[in-house]
Design a protein around this ligand. Structure first.
Ligand SMILES: *[C@@H]1O[C@H](CO)[C@@H](O)[C@H](O)[C@H]1NC(C)=O
Length: 547
C-alpha cells in the first residue's frame, strides 16, 4: 500500500479539523487562501484537498474512504464574474478534482489549439447523470457501518459528492442479485394473489433509494426509473429466468399487471417512479443463451403488449405520468427497434425516450446515434447502462485504480453527449472486491468498490470520470456548439454545456501520453481566451459564465 505525502497530510488535517472543514483547512495550510475570499484570486492555486491515495497495482490510484478518513469532492461553485474561470483536473498521475482558478487572457497561447464555443447554438436538453441501485449494490452498501454508508451515499448523491440526479433500479432480480427470483414465483398465479416485494427490496433497494432521494434534494429532484430483466419464469415459454424465452401470449395481461403492482408497491413506500424501460436488452436472447435474467421481446411483440396490455393497465392504475423508455439495449439496434414501436400512433405520443447501452459500441455504429436523433427527434435518448470488466479475465473484472477505465467512461459520455444523448446512467453504484455479488458469476467493475470486511470503500478513477460531468452539468442544461467537433485535435475529446443559470461547463479528455495546450474562446466576437494545459492522461472540467 502506498499513501501519498499529500494523503498523509490530509489524514492529519482531517483528524485536526474534521471532515467538514477539509476544503477550507487545505487552502489555509497552503497559505494562499482563506475561505470566502478565494473567489477573488485569479492565479492558479489549490483550493481543496483531494484524496487519500492508495495504489493497488494498476496504473493509477484509488481514493480510500473509512469512517475516520474520507474527503468529499466538496463544493466547487461556478465563478460569478465573467472573465474568470475555474479548472477542475483529474489525471492518471497526481490529481482527483484538483481545483485552480484563472483570468481569461487577451490572446491564445502560442502554438495552442484554439477551440471556439457558441452557447447560442444549443442542442439537446440534459436530464442528468447517475447509476443503478441493484440488489448487489444494496448488499455491499448495508454491509458497511452507518458512518461509512453515509459517506458512500453522499459521494454519489450529495451536493458535496458528485450530485447524481438519476437512478435506475431493476424490477425484481437481475444477475446482480444473489439468486434468481421474481415478485410472484407461484406457477400459474395469473391473478397475482401471491405478488409481494422481495426481501431484497425491503432490506436493500427501498431504503437505499429513499436515502438517495433525500440527499439528491440538495441539488435537484432524483429521477428514478425501473427496468424489468425477466418476468416470473412461469410466464415465459422456456420456464426459466435466463436464456432466450419470451412471454407466453396468454401471460401478456398478467405481466402488465405485475409491472403495475411493482409501481404501486414502490409508490406506497414514497418511491414514485419517474419512468420505466419496457425491457432490459430485449434482443440479447436472440443472439446468445443469456446466462442471467432475460427475456426476448421483439419490437412487434413489444408494440402489441404496450398498446393492448401495459398502457391500459397504467391508465387504470393512475400511472399515466410514467415516462416510457423503449429499446434499452445497444445502439446497433437503432433506429430500427424503436422506429418499429413508434410507428404506432398511440405509442408515438405516449413513449418519451430511447434507452441505450454501450456494450456493442464501435466507431462503425456511432452514426446510429445521430441517425436516431434525426429520424426520431421527438424522443430523448438516454444512456441507461454501462460497465467495464465483463469481458476481462477473472482477476481483472475489478481493476482498482485503473485509469483506462476512467478514460472509457469519459470518452463515452463525451461521444454520446455530442450526438444528442440527454444523460448517462452507470450500472451498479457499488460492488464487492470481486465485482459482485452476482448469481450468474457475471462479475464486473464499479466506480465504487466496497471492502465490507475492513469497513471501507474505494473511489475508482471511473467515479471521478463520471463526476467531471454529473457534478457540474445541471438538469436542463443544453449541449452547445464547440469547434473541436469539426476540427479534431488527435487524442483530445470534449463536450460543452450551458446550464440553465448561465454557467458554462466544458469537459476535456486528453488520452495522450503527453500534455497539450488548448485555448478555449468562449465568445467568437471577443478576444478572450481560456488557455489551459491538458496534462497527459487527464480529464478536466472548465467552468465559467456565458454573457
Ligand atoms: C440458467 O440458470 C440456471 C439456474 O437457474 C443454470 O443452471 C443455467 O446454467 C443457466 N443457463 C445459462 C445459459 O447460464
Amino acid at each position: 500500500m502506498y499513501i501519498s505525502r499529500q494523503g498523509r497530510s490530509w489524514m492529519m488535517l482531517i483528524i485536526l479539523f474534521g471532515v467538514e472543514l477539509c476544503a477550507v483547512a487545505a487552502a489555509d495550510a497552503d497559505g494562499q487562501c482563506d475561505g470566502d475570499g478565494c473567489e477573488e484570486r485569479h492565479n492558479a492555486w489549490t483550493s481543496q484537498g483531494e484524496c487519500l491515495q492508495e495504489r493497488m497495482g494498476w496504473d493509477s490510484f484509488v481514493c480510500v474512504c473509512t469512517a475516520s478518513v474520507c474527503d468529499m469532492p466538496g463544493s466547487i461553485p461556478h465563478p460569478q464574474q465573467t472573465d474568470v474561470y475555474t479548472v477542475v483536473t483529474s489525471d492518471r498521475q497526481h490529481h482527483r478534482f484538483h481545483v485552480t482558478h484563472g483570468t481569461m487572457s487577451t490572446a491564445p497561447t502560442g502554438g495552442g489549439h484554439v477551440v471556439h464555443l457558441n452557447t447560442r447554438i444549443a442542442y439537446q436538453q440534459m436530464l442528468g447523470f447517475g447509476g443503478s441501485v441493484t440488489d448487489a449494490s444494496g448488499i455491499v452498501f448495508f454491509g458497511l457501518s452507518e458512518a461509512v454508508q453515509d459517506l458512500l451515499i453522499r459521494s454519489y448523491f450529495g451536493a458535496d459528492g458528485i450530485a447524481y440526479n438519476i437512478v435506475r433500479t431493476p424490477i425484481g432480480g437481475s444477475d446482480f442479485s444473489k439468486r434468481p427470483y421474481s415478485y410472484d414465483d407461484r406457477p400459474g398465479d395469473v391473478a397475482l394473489a401471491h405478488f409481494a416485494l422481495a426481501q431484497e427490496d425491503l432490506m436493500y433497494k427501498v431504503p437505499l433509494l429513499k436515502r438517495a432521494q433525500t440527499l439528491a434534494k440538495e441539488t435537484s429532484e432524483l429521477k428514478i426509473f425501473a427496468s424489468p430483466w425477466s418476468p416470473p419464469a412461469w410466464m415465459k415459454n422456456n420456464g426459466r429466468f435466463n436464456g432466450s424465452g419470451s412471454l407466453i401470449p396468454a401471460m401478456r395481461q398478467p405481466y402488465a399487471d405485475y409491472i403495475v403492482k411493482f409501481l404501486d408497491e414502490y409508490s406506497s413506500r414514497g418511491l414514485r417512479m419517474w419512468g420505466i424501460t419496457t425491457q432490459n436488452e430485449p434482443l440479447a436472447g436472440l443472439q446468445f443463451d443469456v446466462a442471467f435474467n432475460a427475456m426476448v421481446f421483439t419490437a412487434e411483440d413489444m408494440r402489441a403488449w404496450l398498446v393492448e396490455n401495459l398502457l391500459p393497465a397504467l391508465t387504470a392504475g393512475g400511472h399515466d405520468d410514467l415516462e416510457l423508455i423503449i429499446s434499452d439495449q445497444g445502439r446497433d439496434h437503432l433506429p430500427h427497434y424503436p422506429a418499429q414501436i413508434l410507428a404506432h400512433d398511440e405509442l408515438s405520443r405516449r413513449v418519451s425516450g430511447i434507452g441505450i447501452h454501450w456494450y456493442q459500441d464501435t466507431p462503425e455504429n456511432l452514426h446510429h446515434l445521430t441517425e436516431t436523433r434525426a429520424v426520431l427527434p421527438d424522443y430523448f435518448t438516454l444512456h441507461t447502462e454501462a460497465c467495464l470488466g465483463y469481458d476481462s479475465p477473472p482477476t481483472e473484472r475489478v481493476k482498482l485504480g485503473d485509469w483506462g477505465r476512467a478514460e472509457r467512461y469519459a470518452s463515452s459520455i463525451i461521444e454520446t453527449s455530442n450526438r444528442g444523448t440527454s444523460g448517462w446512467v452507470d450500472w451498479n453504484l457499488a460492488l464487492d472486491l470481486q465485482g459482485g455479488p452476482n448469481w450468474a458469476s457475471n462479475f464486473v467493475d464499479s466506480p465504487i468498490i466496497v471492502d465490507t470486511e475492513h469497513d471501507k470503500f474505494y473511489r475508482q478513477p471511473m467515479y471521478y470520470a463520471l463526476g467531471h460531468f454529473s457534478k457540474f452539468v445541471a438538469r436542463g442544461a443544453r449541449a452547445v456548439y464547440m469547434s473541436l467537433l469539426h476540427a479534431p485535435l488527435p487524442g483530445v475529446a470534449a463536450s460543452a454545456f450551458l446550464n440553465p443559470d448561465g454557467g458554462v461547463v466544458v469537459v476535456l479528455l486528453n488520452s495522450e501520453e503527453t500534455e497539450t495546450t488548448v485555448s478555449l474562446q468562449p465568445r467568437m466576437s471577443q478576444e478572450k481566451y481560456i488557455n489551459i494545459v491538458l496534462p497527459a492522461k487527464s480529464i478536466q472540467t472548465v467552468l465559467f459564465r456565458a454573457t
